[in-house]
Design a protein around this ligand. Structure first.
Ligand code: NAD
Length: 354
């Protein structure tokens, strides 16, 4: 396999491979770009079918983080790490501590955070070996649901304000009273989103592969359950994907009846051309890495000095970033996903030129 010829290799600054026989750790850390600051990104643990799959994932995800941090206006670049292994079977405290030592070897060029397969406890193990970890500080806050440690509350808040901005842009409505929203996945982010939507007077239809999560959202939030396969084609105003990636593809886009897509899931477009397909289908798409940046904003502030007021202001700012993207997309007749990529590139490339 040639790393340089991989589609996902995008001039990454550094890709480091680590192996620790004592703990069984096999990990890759990719630093995509540090023009705006140290590379921030999660530690994903996944039973990759092959080393090439792991390389591909870490290259793709680290690049995505550069774009996400740049558009969120954070003083960070993009990085990511992957641990090859099953988090349910292969994870141990010793392994996570070994991962912490790997992160430490990059001497602050890469800052680690939580991702699929890792949690706050794992990051605390890593933090015993390196100071370059965020997402571990529990803050008691008054009057707000946003606090460091678990990034989900901040992500949910960002998705909510982003969804409001999209509804305002598409339907000219200033509030969400009576807005119909289909939420796919009511986990950490989706459930909180449903709560925000209910409080704003919207009605939610929900699906999840975990029956008890559906029951909880229905009982506690008055949401209407639907079968997992039916959620995408519902006659609603907004589709909010909060479960899986690649949900927007050539099969699903023709079935979409919602005129707005605004949700938390990462990598919602199966391929970048699907941004164009959505535009042609008359669907306003809130680019995933813009609308779901609340979590990275929350953990980033742990590194620069946690200040709840500043975190809240930045998370709320997701609405104005999206509105700028929507307006530019209309003016230039380009998909919102292309506009977001171009804006992000302007930010981190301009810094390089400066
Ligand atoms: P989660 O695992 O807590 O929730 C996801 C939910 O989706 C689970 O309840 C799962 O059962 C459900 N699900 C899985 N497959 C499904 C399907 N086919 N149909 C319906 N439901 C299905 O994850 P989360 O933390 O709530 O994150 C949700 C999404 O947002 C993920 O794609 C994640 O990568 C992305 N995201 C999360 C954060 C964060 O701060 N948690 C930040 C940025 C992006």
């Amino acid at each position: 396999m040639s790393v340089f010829q991989q589609d996902d290799f995008d001039g990454h600054e550094q890709v480091a491979f680590f192996k620790d026989d004592e703990t069984g750790l096999r990990a890759i850390i990719a630093v995509h770009n540090t023009n705006l600051g140290p590379a921030l990104g999660g530690v994903r643990m996944w039973p990759y079918a092959s080393d090439s799959d792991a390389v591909r994932d870490v290259l793709r995800l680290s690049r995505g983080m550069t774009y996400k941090s740049a558009l969120a206006g954070l003083p960070f670049g993009g990085g990511k790490s992957v641990i090859i292994g099953d988090p349910l079977k292969d994870k141990s405290e010793a392994l996570m501590r070994a991962m912490g030592r790997c992160v430490d070897k990059l001497a602050g060029r890469y800052i680690a955070a939580e991702d699929s397969g890792t949690n706050v406890g794992d990051l605390q193990q890593m933090a015993s070996q390196t100071e370059h970890v965020v997402g571990i500080v529990k803050k008691n806050t008054t009057g707000g649901d946003l606090r460091s440690g678990d990034p989900s509350p901040a992500t949910a808040r960002g998705v909510f304000v982003g969804l409001q901005a999209a509804v305002r842009h598409r339907f000219g409505r200033d509030d969400l009273q009576g807005t119909r929203v289909a939420v796919q996945g009511v986990g950490n982010v989706g459930l909180r989103l449903v709560q925000y939507l209910r409080d704003a007077g919207a009605h939610c239809w929900i699906s999840d592969t975990h029956a008890e999560r559906v029951e909880r959202a229905a009982d506690e939030m008055g949401a209407t359950p639907v079968a997992a396969n039916d959620i995408l084609g519902l006659d609603v105003d907004v589709f909010a994907p909060c479960a899986l990636g690649a949900v927007l593809n050539s099969d699903s886009i023709p079935d979409l009846r919602a005129r707005v897509v605004a949700g938390a899931a990462n990598n919602q477009l199966q391929h970048c051309t699907h941004g164009d397909a959505l535009m042609r289908a008359g669907v306003l798409y809130a680019p995933d890495y813009v609308i779901n940046a609340g979590g990275v904003i929350d953990v980033a502030f742990e590194h620069t000095g946690y200040d709840l007021e500043k975190v809240v202001a930045k998370v709320e700012g997701i609405a104005s970033s999206l509105t700028e993207i929507f307006k530019r997309s209309d003016a230039e007749e380009r998909p919102t996903s292309d506009v977001a990529d171009a804006l992000a590139r302007e930010r981190f490339m301009m810094q390089m030129a400066a």
